[in-house]
Each structure stands twice: as structure tokens, then as C-alpha cells.
Design a protein around this ligand. Sequence first.
Ligand code: PEP
Length: 252
Amino acid sequence: MTDRTPLVAANWKMNGTLATIRPLLAGIMEGVREDCIAEVAICPPFVYLAELSAMLANTEVRLGAQNVSQQASGAFTGEISVAMLRDFACHYVIVGHSERRHIYGESDNDIAEKFAAAVAGDLVPILCVGERLEEREDDATETVIARQLDTVIQHAGIESFRRAVIAYEPVWAIGTGRNASPEQAEEVHEFIRLRLARHDDACAGAVRILYGGSVKADNAENLFSMANVDGGLIGGASLNADDFVSICRATR
Ligand code: PEP
């Protein structure tokens, strides 16, 4: 049996100010100190990485970023490199979040390049994949997820998934209050694992696959009880310390 320590990662998106993130983080750190077997990670906006890096020093809670450039350095105004994230002790970086794909037009190829740059620079990418509502309604969920995954496998190699996390985030469930049922999530998570297993069985069995999309304190336990759901990527509910801590405690 593969040991996949559950991971619960907070994606704060573009929310908070110094005045609000300090008590939020303090509440989370206090709450996850007990009764929490999950690994916990927080992905704040870039400008708060230094603050969180200091607050999280010598704790078990890990730091992540929400995006990264595929370029190493140079004339790329507004971008942030892997080396810059390493400077602030980031462990994780989210790549391919649906808001990056669909609002900012990041392509499968851009995301594959970011994933490869993160792995090469010793960050652990949290690769987001997921279908839009119309794609699910057209029965194209597996086609979309396969395309998103295969582009990364072709570009970065299957072995790079040894140092990666995948998050299945159906776009229709993000921030909508409408989550996938545990069975719907499990079906796609299993599909993802089988897709990786075509290339490397051991890697497929070991990779953690998180579910994201309107996870709340009252639905987390059912979602996390599914065999192939190894934790969650949490947006809205990670902005409230009590809610987020309850979700972290819902992993077994
Ligand atoms: C997300 O944006 O990654 C997410 C899962 O958001 P929410 O939990 O708010 O649906």
C-alpha cells in the first residue's frame, strides 16, 4: 500500500492585506497544531511570501506560491522566477490554475514549461487540471484532463511527477458553491492515476491527487474519504481560519 500523506493547501488568490493575513495565519497555525495528520501548505499572494516565510519558519506548515514564470530571469516585466520563490523558502507552487488558464490565457504548453521549470528548480508543482461545465456536459471531461496531463508528461517527463502534486479542479465547481460529488471526484482521480500508470505504475501510485472546488468544512470529510482523493486545494474556505482548520482535520 502506498503511503500518500494527505495534503491540504490553501490558495488565498488575490485576497487579504497585511492586517488580515497575520491573524488568519496565526489562527491556522494554532488550529493545525493538534489533531491534524495532514500536511498543510499556504499559498499567499507573492507580496506576502516574505511575511509568511518568517511566520512559518520552524513550523510544519509549508509555503507555496500561486504562479511562477517559466523563464529563469530577464526582461519579463511583472513575472516571478523559480529562484525568487526559492529565496523565500517556498516549497510548493501552483501551476495551471483554471483562473490562469481561462482568465489569463495560459496554454497547456505554457503550463508544461512552468511545471518543468519548477521541478528543475527544486520546487514541488501543484498541477491543476479540470474541465469546464460545457466540456463535462459534452462528455469531454476525460479528453480534456488527458490533454492537460499528456502535455506536461511529454514536456517534463513522467519521472518529474515523483516531485509533483496534481489537483483535480472542475472549473464549474471553483468558487461556485457547487462541488463535485465524492463519486464524481473519485472517478476523475482514478482516471488521472491510470493515465500516469500508462507510463510508470509506481509513480502513478505515489503521486498525491488533491480535489479542489468548493470544499467546505461540511463536505470535506466525504470527499477526502475516497480512495484516490489525497487531500484538497482550498480557495474560499481557506480565508477563514476555523473553516480551513476543520477541513485540514477532515483528512484521515
Ligand atoms: C481554487 O481556486 O483552487 C478553489 C478550489 O477555490 P474554491 O475552494 O473557492 O472553490
